[in-house]
Design a protein around this ligand. Structure first.
Ligand code: PMP
Length: 423
């Protein structure tokens, strides 16, 4: 019998083969904070479908913008051509971003936004005639799954199998509470070697365990970079568009990075799109008066018009629906729900920044694939929740439309999880 049209699904899912998702539910609809399955089940999306959905699934303004653009212009080569949605979006992003980031390069995923940033940094130094090639990064950092971004990411389950293919970076210790000085000292020492750039996730390291560090550490790191001519690449792929309480996390530290990477929430999570913003000098370095050099990164779908229209609708929603106010209210709500866990000894560490909370169970962290993680995932699945533990860390990162009652369901399951873990 010819294969493909019947029998087991040929789809190769990320992570399918392990216990976090043995039999993936078939999701047919999304509305607000909820997903619905083919069997009529409902799943509360407590992690915004991999941290992308901001205003809720299928927000009417975004759906309408996608419909309108799809009927007008679906796709056009963006090399040597442009279109109104990209032009308008670039202007809006420059206006919204920290002052001085005045050029925008579009691509199509968080990984490519950071890959592009690394290439911009490399190109900047090469064209400037400086021998700066080394990248600095934070311990536990995650920046994507391409070879370049895996190199910048901390070695761990996501990338250790590919170690022979990755380039070396200098890794700074994560600024643990009370040990921030070690990070700053390591950065200062690394700066003496004239590195090209420091790439980091500002204030919250997502895939590395929702680890948080305070704004003053970020501003000290930025100051050290500025003093030593090291480019600062802020990967706001996860933190951007309100997650940490402000549109961008950098602004909480008063930091203007040299390069800013955006994706995920850029379209409200509706379509794949990424933007890498940079300062004028970085853009200028890539072009010479005789036009013999340029920046080579040509994703087919760069600045896809439909995705750009969705991103414009996302920014319209920010203005029209007081999303900043909603984000602040959600932060307060999350704090309220988290409060009872703050002195619960079954949790080793409990933290929040903006709309994101994270709770480390007081059990051994056996990593992503073993230990308590898969059992917790099964429990959450049974409770109709989309929550994916990172080892012994449970985090809640909901769309901004989530209600107090919906959060009650989430934290009730987290209390059950602590019992299950026997922490
Ligand atoms: N950077 C950060 C901080 C991320 O959290 C992610 C995705 N989790 C990426 C980059 C990669 O984004 P994508 O999965 O869209 O390639």
């Amino acid at each position: 019998q010819p294969s493909g049209l019947s029998g087991p699904s040929p789809v190769w899912h990320p992570f399918t083969q392990h216990a976090l998702a043995p039999e993936p539910p078939v999701v047919v609809r999304g509305r607000g904070a909820w997903l619905e399955t083919a069997e009529g089940g409902r799943i509360l999306d407590a992690i915004s479908s991999w941290w992308v959905i901001t205003h809720g699934h299928c927000h009417p303004r975004i759906v309408e913008a996608i419909r309108a653009q799809a009927g007008q212009l679906d796709q056009v080569i963006f090399a040597g051509h442009t279109h109104p949605a990209a032009e308008a979006l670039a202007r809006r992003l420059v206006h919204a971003a920290p002052e001085g980031l005045d050029h925008v390069f579009f691509s199509d995923s968080g990984s490519t936004s950071v890959e592009v940033a690394l290439k911009m940094a490399a190109g900047f130094w090469r064209h400037s005639g400086a021998a700066r090639t080394r990248i600095l990064a934070l311990e536990h950092g995650y920046h994507g799954d391409t070879i370049g971004t895996m190199s910048a990411g901390a070695r761990g389950i996501y990338n250790e199998a590919y170690a022979p293919f990755l380039f070396e970076v200098t890794r700074l210790p994560f600024p643990e509470p009370g040990r921030e000085g070690e990070t700053l000292a390591a950065l200062e020492a690394a700066c003496r070697e004239a590195p090209a750039a420091l790439v980091l996730e500002p204030l919250v390291l997502g895939a590395g365990g929702m680890r948080m560090y305070p704004p003053w550490v970020l501003s000290e790191m930025a100051a050290l970079c500025a003093r030593n001519g090291v480019l600062l690449i802020a990967d706001e792929v996860m933190t951007g568009f309100g997650r940490t309480g402000t549109l961008f996390a950098c602004t909480q530290a008063g930091v203007v990075p040299d390069i800013l990477c955006l994706s995920k929430g850029l379209t409200g999570g509706s379509l794949p799109l990424a933007a890498t913003l940079c300062r004028r000098e970085i853009f200028d370095a890539h072009y010479s008066a005789d036009r013999t050099r340029t920046f080579f990164h040509s994703s087919s779908f760069t600045a896809n018009p439909i995705a750009c229209a969705a991103a414009l609708a996302n920014l319209d929603i920010w203005d029209a629906e007081d999303v900043a106010g909603r984000v602040a209210a959600l932060g307060a709500l999350q704090e309220e729900r988290l409060a009872p866990f703050r002195d619960d000894r079954r949790f080793r560490h409990v933290r929040r920044l903006g709309t994101i909370t994270a709770l480390d169970l007081a059990v051994e962290d056996a990593g992503y694939l073993a230990g308590i993680g898969p059992r917790l995932a099964a429990l959450f699945r049974e409770r109709g929740l989309l929550l994916r533990p990172l080892g012994n860390t449970i985090y809640v990162l909901p769309p901004y439309c989530v209600t107090a009652e919906e959060l009650d369901l989430v934290y009730a399951a987290i209390a059950e999880a602590a019992d299950l873990a026997g922490a």
